[in-house]
Ligand binder design. Structure first.
Ligand code: MTE
Length: 317
């Protein structure tokens, strides 16, 4: 997101046009829609098209909105470890070594330790969830993630009573992440959730997109996805998860506390100090129809609003 103090070479106005990514890569999307139709037919009992046993019902948590193409999802990214431009991660993130990979689980848990990624991903079956994704910069996408609920991992390691928050940390490897050799952010990138937010069934640890392993620019090999919050909460390339009783520091809040809060729930009624949050530009939406209304909690209010009952969300942004 645009820093208040810009990096030396950052353009003042980002010149990428909404339709610059086009629909060049329609194949994955077409295949994907076809598969979804098969699944729907199977669920409705219409299909002798494929063996019903092979059909997995679409997740009730998935949106029906049309998903962005793999190309769009992998070429317009925020991953500041790889630069400040939206195209930087796609251009250079492939230099990141993601194998071997492990996650240290620490703090108030019964089974702390360093867990290999192969072990972590066996925590629960990998599901497909198609989520709306809303960046604080007022653009959005619809992304078919593959992953499992963070709650399954937390249950597995045993959260101790008294733990109230979950802190996350991204890999620190300046050799492979040129953005970490530059100033601007106090690396490594860190994020956090309240324990109930972390346990919410919508909260995913994602390991892939469109059935493909997570592309490096999207946070390989494993990242958080919290669909009712602005995208910056969805920390990429996680190496450490800590259960704690105190609210953990978070990267954008440290950098610009008046602009980015700890909660960062999508809220069309609370503008960013420098722009409105009432609408969003859907990436790939074309010149017309690209601008859409933004919904409270990004449209996930039924699932999450209860967690914030009694809180003043204009103050707790
Ligand atoms: N995680 C790390 N480690 N570094 C980052 O710069 N950017 C965040 C979030 N997670 C970021 C990160 C922001 S601002 C957004 S909008 C999303 O990742 C973008 O995710 P995407 O590129 O997969 O769309």
């Amino acid at each position: 997101m645009p820093p208040k103090t810009r990096q030396p070479n950052a353009p003042l106005i980002r010149s990428r046009k909404p339709d610059a990514l086009g629909w060049a890569d329609v194949t994955p999307k077409a295949q994907f829609l076809n598969r979804r139709q098969l699944m729907a037919a199977g669920a409705a009992g219409l299909g002798a098209i494929a063996a019903p046993g092979l059909l997995k019902a679409a997740s009730p948590y998935s949106t029906d909105a049309e998903a962005n193409t793999l190309k769009e999802i992998t070429s317009y990214n925020n991953f500041y470890e790889f630069g400040w431009d939206k195209g930087d991660p796609a251009a250079i993130a492939d230099q990141l070594t993601t194998d071997p990979w492990s996650i240290e689980i620490a703090g108030m848990v019964d089974k702390p330790g360093t867990y290999d990624i192969a072990d972590i991903t066996k925590t629960a079956p990998i599901e497909e969830r198609i989520y709306r994704f809303r960046c604080v910069e007022a653009w959005s996408m619809v992304i078919p993630w593959n992953g499992f609920q963070l709650s399954a991992l937390l249950d597995r390691v045993g959260v101790q009573s008294g733990a109230k928050y979950v802190a996350f940390q991204t890999l620190l490897r300046p050799d492979e992440m040129p953005g970490q050799r530059a100033g601007g952010i106090d690396w490594p990138y860190v994020e956090g959730l309240r324990l109930d937010e972390a346990m919410n069934p919508l909260t995913l640890l994602a390991t892939g997109i469109y059935g493909e392993p997570m592309p490096n620019q999207n946070g390989a090999p494993i990242r958080l996805v919290v669909p009712w919050k602005y995208g910056f909460k969805s920390i990429k390339s996680i190496v450490k998860i800590t259960l704690t009783d105190t609210q953990p520091p978070t990267t954008w809040n440290i950098l610009q506390p008046r602009e980015y809060g700890f909660y960062a729930n999508v809220n069309p009624t609370v503008d960013h100090p420098r722009w409105s949050q009432a609408t969003e530009r859907r990436i790939g939406g074309g010149l017309f129809g690209a601008r859409q209304e933004t919904f409270m909690f990004n449209g996930y209010g039924d699932e999450v609003a209860d967690m914030y009952a009694g809180m003043d969300l204009a103050k707790n942004y």
